[in-house]
Design a protein around this ligand. Sequence first.
Ligand code: FAD
Length: 623
Amino acid sequence: MKKELFYDVVVIGGGHAGCEAAAASSRLGINTALVTNDFNSIGEMSCNPAIGGLGKGHLVREIDALDGLMGVVADKSGIQFRLLNSSRGPAVRGPRTQSDRYLYKKNMQEILANYCNLKIFSDPVNEFIFTKNSISGIITKSGLIIKSSKTILTTGTFLNGLIHIGDKKIPAGRFNEKPTTGLSEQLKNYEFKLGRLKTGTPPRLDSRTINYKNLEEQFADKDPYFFSFLTKKNLNKQVSCRMTYTNEIVHKIIKQNLKKSAMYSGSIQGVGPRYCPSVEDKIVKFEDKTRHQIYLEPEGLNDYTIYPNGISTSLPENVQQEICNNIIGLENVKIIRPGYAIEYDYVDPRELLLTLETKKIKNLYLAGQINGTTGYEEAAGQGLIAGINAALSVKKEEPFVLDRSEAYIGVMIDDLVTKGVSEPYRMFTSRAEYRLTLRADNADIRLTRKGTAIGLISLNRKNIFEDKLFKINDTKVSMKNFKISPSKAEKFGVKIAKDGVLRTAEEVLSRNSIKMSKIREIWPKIPFFSKEVDEQIEINCHYKGYLKKQDSDILAFKRDENLIIPESLNYEKLSGLSNEIRSKFKKIKPKTLGQALRIDGVTPAAAYILLSHVKRKSIKRIA
Ligand code: FAD
């Protein structure tokens, strides 16, 4: 007889989405199983060993604010911390780190292996167990049956994964890892809309064969900006990346071999990410550019592998070698592993509710690359939300949904389930309407209390956060009591109209050019707690006017967001809608008027019809 087990929540896949999903569900006190192909590949970075960046860094800070794992693990494994856009406004600054690939996995595996309420199985999932329109468990390769109340599928690029290197085709979920077959087919039987997407990776190089002599160096920041609100110090040696460039000879080689590239030979059907083009794409699409930058990024402190960021390719191995040997610094380079493109199945994310539960199969949640996204951070953000909602549903509690004014995670999920994807979806700061509010620096202030309210946040984090709030407040109160006259201020180099009126420290700081360091020079007695506390005070003071305006925009947004559209609404009965818009409403089933308005192609007239109907039926408002 086959062995049968039961867990309240089963997470399939130990990638970035699966790790966060399993941890979130366990943190909420739910008996959780993480079933993955191989324990040793938990936390694997399929492509470049780096976390964060513009938009992506915001996601990691939000995951951390909700007590997720990615920020802590990235800090423990970081070998080149950099704050991108540091010279620009705080809203668009993006923390990033080059990670030690080995350390990232090790740290993630250690945390999960010791996580409360979590059991990990190293056993590929072969089959879902469906009962009518609901999922009740899974069957693994070893024959284990694991029954569950909720299942979260996070299989990334593995569903019918196919690697392309020139004309070579290798069924794989990642290099040297078997693909998953059978699960997509079961989903198709339930009429899920699936598609094919593709992504790619560059060859890996042996650093001992690179000539670094004439290459520009990119240093780590002296004062690292961490991902986690809990991290206080850097643990690892910081390393530099080097820069080199493609050139006209390289472009010529690529053009001559274009037909041999899997991308251009017609053998790849999937659409790739426009913002992460292969080197072939760069040469074809930006024909007038004479060179493209390549960052030579170390994969670890005790690792000779170099990730040449910028030359992702699916050309044959011998052409990859020829390209490299014509790049300055790489003349004698040894390729450790060729670059490749990979195609895989994804599920149209419009099949999902905002909780990431599927509309067609109850109790099944999807998170990560399977939903048409690309990137570790995007996957982790979705995993967190799916894990939270699966667990809350087991507890019969209200769903946890973040809206577009609360978090980048909310922007991403709303985009996915409302608009779907036509190419792999990646986060950018430009996707958020309320950027001044959704900053990386204030993710804890936006989210930690929300997490605490549902029991997601550890006591340690809660205490650290509340202490920070207290200190911010204390400093602000104190700043109201310290005053200065215009003439005295001038002695400190601060120019104020000479009207004889005393200004508080807060008023002086509200001038954009004045930093907290100047305030401390004038008033050394204002209590100093930490640079994070000062950062919050300074940013909020400088942006007070803009934030006030944004708050009123958010209020208007919330008005539409709080207009709930009943799930039972019969769109057939709404007269005046075009067939196209009616079918979009039926498919997406918007939860709020705001979401309905964001569906592609929904006209103000259609929204008006919906609004009047919903109002007539006495709409319910969320408090
Ligand atoms: P993954 O990280 O793929 O994890 C999937 C997990 O599911 C794995 O642990 C796997 O073992 C497990 N699994 C699969 N099938 C089963 C099964 N049947 N049973 C149990 N476990 C299973 N992102 C970028 O942002 N930029 C890039 O340039 C980029 N390039 C990439 C290049 C390549 C070649 C690949 C493969 C990915 C690339 N990515 C890139 C994407 C990035 O790796 C993913 O977005 C991210 O890893 C997705 O996380 P995930 O958790 O959804 O899935």
